[in-house]
Design a protein around this ligand. Sequence first.
Ligand code: NAD
Length: 349
Amino acid sequence: MKILITGGAGFIGSAVVRMAVAAGHEVVNLDVLTYSANLENVASVAQSPLYAFAQADICDAAAVQSIFARHRPDAVMHLAAESHNDRAIEGPLDFVRTNVIGTAILLEAARAHWSELPAERQGQFRFHHVSTDEVFGALGDEGDFTEDTPYDPSSPYSASKAGADHLVRAWGRTYGLPVVLTNCANNYGPFQFPEKLIPTVITRALEGKSIPVYGDGRQVRDWLHVDDHADALLLVLQKGRLNETYCIGGDSTKRNIEVIRTLCEHLDRFAPANTPHADKIAFVTDRPGHDFRYSIDDSKLQAELGWAPRRNLAEGLEDTVRWYVDNGDWVEGIRQRGFHSERLGLVKA
Ligand code: NAD
């Protein structure tokens, strides 16, 4: 199958690209290369005859249309997005532009392409939107998100992703575009841009800097290894029912402070220079609108498609710390592009 993957130079997109090529699919990676992109993430497949790269902005309708015309994909996996909550607080319009308008432009280009496909290819075409559990808002102490949880996004990021989800469903219902959606828990693993919680802790600790904990650190997140997410996405693309949504979870809920302390323990073993790393933990002002708890019930995906995460969080965190310790050049490349993990997203009174 030939898959057009948007955002394939980012964290999750690159994991999907690597896995799809390894599985023998042809991949076209459409990415504009924002600050969070890195072509090193796909260096392992860049020379494959199955891989092509197309640099374009999903908000540029003409560029997106020409990529569909040139590559004539059998499916789209849409991951391109502005993805970081703190940046969304600083610049929400960038999130509306890419996540909402960009998704609409991509849907229109996909619809034009799909409507001209021969009947048998039309029936098999899929537009898969990769979304987040954050569209459901915050949970209290009890309960899990399911596919039926009402949308209640708290942040400009999650609201823009919710908007994109609604557009994708509307294109399915109104135009008959064959769509499928997934809403996934927090991802972690190699190649994650060091602004998100886990790589922030690791990379700042390796530099001997303070380790910021937002608020009291008691927020609960469900963690899924990025390769398990990529595996689930390729399965849903190929076997998921049309117009359906599947929640994807990690079955690994933890408080942020627990995750941070575990990372510090691994860092003490793999990077003994600044031990004990936990001494660098600093409680800082919480993120405005910070959701308290996420937890996913993914029994629909497990029952219908037989998927389950393969990696447990304890091993996954250890492997992730080791990956960042072993891949200092990758992190250094990001620093040289001007990223120094400054605090973003505090609303000024
Ligand atoms: P990321 O920031 O690492 O990657 C995003 C990629 O999209 C980058 O390569 C970037 O260049 C590209 N991009 C951004 N704007 C673009 C535009 N206008 N045109 C073309 N390309 C553009 O993000 P990620 O963490 O890999 O997330 C990927 C997707 O998965 C997003 O849609 C996100 O909402 C979703 N998601 C992420 C998580 C998570 O924990 N990271 C969880 C659930 C869902």
